[in-house]
Ligand binder design. Structure first.
Ligand code: SAH
Ligand code: SF4
Ligand code: F3S
Length: 461
């Protein structure tokens, strides 16, 4: 085996990004080198997402492009990994461009699959056959070992790392494909998680983000006790070197207040909560199987703000869910006005094969209306953010610097000798300011001068 080059492209969420990073490290250890260019690559891996049809369409158009490249470079190996690989399995392997299809539970096998495909030009399929069956112990152990061996900072933002605390989901929101591609909920042992965070801290990691599809339902029982997310936050707080701790994503059902207490009591736990509501209409929430009402959700936000007064809250919404009327949507607008989010993500409902909603409910809201509602909801939130963010100019906030900004946000006249940097506050605000590139990965204090709905601007203090 030589130093063949691999190109990896990620389309999915943070879970997928973490998977890509583990795979990249495992491939590097197996003797491969990574390349940013498809043109230089001997193998291309695409890590995919199935959450909306659009995400899958982008992958298919990418595969069309790779098929074209393979006409002149038939030796190029193409692997599709991640959620779409699990969802489509053998069907995807029939695509003329595709050599390897490997689901999220099979990532430990990828270096071997790539090695084989490069040597033998065979097609291979590695997916979980019965995705909702109880995962077998050997598979869980292999994933845990893989996670522990190949976690690293190198493919992420300097000084930051993602740490998976659980896999899968048991919530079965009726629109959502995740339970069918990521399988049942499994929490990782706290000892392994803490060990991993210590290792990351010793390599200079300052911020960790604990990842789970419903991270607040983390639960692991061993000996005579059960560990919760609040316990993990406490244990992670005790690790020296780690300065900021985040966790995503939370589900509003059964949110234990001990997590809010940990946020209030532990200075390292960032006062930020990403907790999707999805809708403000009780009828729609019921049809979505979200198991809370709009009133309960808002009461929870009040409680969160009482316990953690400076908390910033972000939400997700789906517009155009089957049967969503103007009144239902008005209820969502009303919830957004009351919730006073820091920011929201809005998605147009996309029927996913095999989910409850796709099976039983007609996708009856026309695309034009979905688009209109999407724009309107974002406009409502923009007004709220604009008004809320007026408090920031004049304040000095601590940010963790991520690196240089990809697009120039400031006026030319405001540039000084330094490039534009991007950082984030503990409350997850993006802050743009000028400073030396060497600040990437460090904390800095920024005096804010200007605010827009999504971004704050300032100068190094
Ligand atoms: N586990 C997380 C996120 C799941 S996917 C959670 O439960 O919050 C991220 C977001 O995608 C969801 O919050 C939802 O708003 C959106 N989403 C999921 N399925 C969708 C679908 N079929 N159509 C449109 N948006 C969807
Ligand atoms: Fe999907 Fe619901 Fe699970 Fe989130 S909680 S991953 S939306 S099924
Ligand atoms: Fe993430 Fe998409 Fe899979 S949101 S878990 S990559 S379906």
């Amino acid at each position: 085996m030589g130093c063949e080059k691999i190109h990896i492209k990620s389309f999915g969420c943070q879970m997928n990004k973490l998977d890509s990073s583990l795979v990249a490290n495992a491939l590097a250890e197996a003797g491969f080198s990574l390349t940013g260019e498809v043109a230089d690559a001997d193998a291309v891996l695409i890590n995919t997402c199935s959450v909306r049809e659009h995400a899958e369409q982008r992958v298919f158009s990418h595969l069309g492009h790779l098929k074209h490249i393979k006409e002149s470079r038939p030796d190029l190996v193409v692997g599709v990994i991640g959620c779409m690989a699990q969802r489509l399995g053998a069907e995807l392997l029939e695509h003329p461009a595709v050599d390897i299809v490997a689901g999220p539970a099979r990532i430990p096998q990828i270096p071997q699959l790539v090695t084989d495909a490069l040597a033998k030009h065979n097609k291979s399929l590695a997916v979980t056959e019965r995705i909702r069956a109880k995962p077998d112990e050997a598979e869980i152990a292999a994933l845990d070992d893989f996670e522990a061996a190949y976690d690293s900072d190198e493919n992420n933002i300097p000084s930051q790392a993602l740490v998976r605390v659980m896999r899968g989901c048991n919530n079965f929101c009726t629109y959502c494909v995740v339970p069918y591609v990521r399988g049942p909920e499994v929490s990782r042992p706290p000892a392994a998680i803490i060990e991993q965070i210590k290792k990351l801290a010793s390599r200079g990691i300052k911020q960790i983000t604990l990842l789970g599809q419903t991270v607040n339902s983390y639960s692991w029982t061993g000996g005579d006790r059960t560990y919760t997310l609040a316990d993990l936050l406490k244990m992670a707080s005790d690790i020296s070197g780690i300065e900021w701790i985040r966790f995503i994503t939370s589900h509003p059902g059964r949110f234990d207040e001990s997590i809010l207490d940990a946020m209030a009591d532990l200075p390292k736990v960032c006062p930020y909560l990403h907790i999707p509501a999805q809708s403000g209409s009780d009828r729609t929430l019921k049809a979505m199987n979200r198991r809370y009402t709009a009133g309960e959700y808002l009461a929870f936000l009040d409680r969160a703000r009482t316990i953690v007064p400076d908390i910033a809250i972000a939400g997700d919404f789906i517009v155009g869910f089957p049967g969503e009327t103007d009144e239902d949507f008005a209820a969502t607008v009303d919830l957004v006005r009351k919730a006073q989010y820091k920011n929201i993500f809005v998605f147009k409902y996309s029927p996913r094969p095999g989910t409850g909603a796709e099976d039983k409910l007609a996708d009856d809201v026309p695309l034009g209306i979905k688009k209109k509602r999407n724009i309107e909801l974002l406009e409502v939130q923009n007004e709220i953010s604009a008004a809320y963010n007026e408090r920031y100019p004049g304040q000095t906030l601590k940010v963790l610097v991520e690196g240089t900004s990809k697009k120039p946000h400031l006026n030319r006249a405001e540039f000084d000798d330094h490039p534009q940097l991007i950082g984030r506050t503990a409350t997850d605000y993006i802050v743009v300011f000028n400073g030396p590139e060497t600040l990437a990965g460090s904390f800095a204090n920024v005096k804010l001068t200007k605010a827009s709905p999504l971004t704050l601007f300032g100068q190094l203090a």
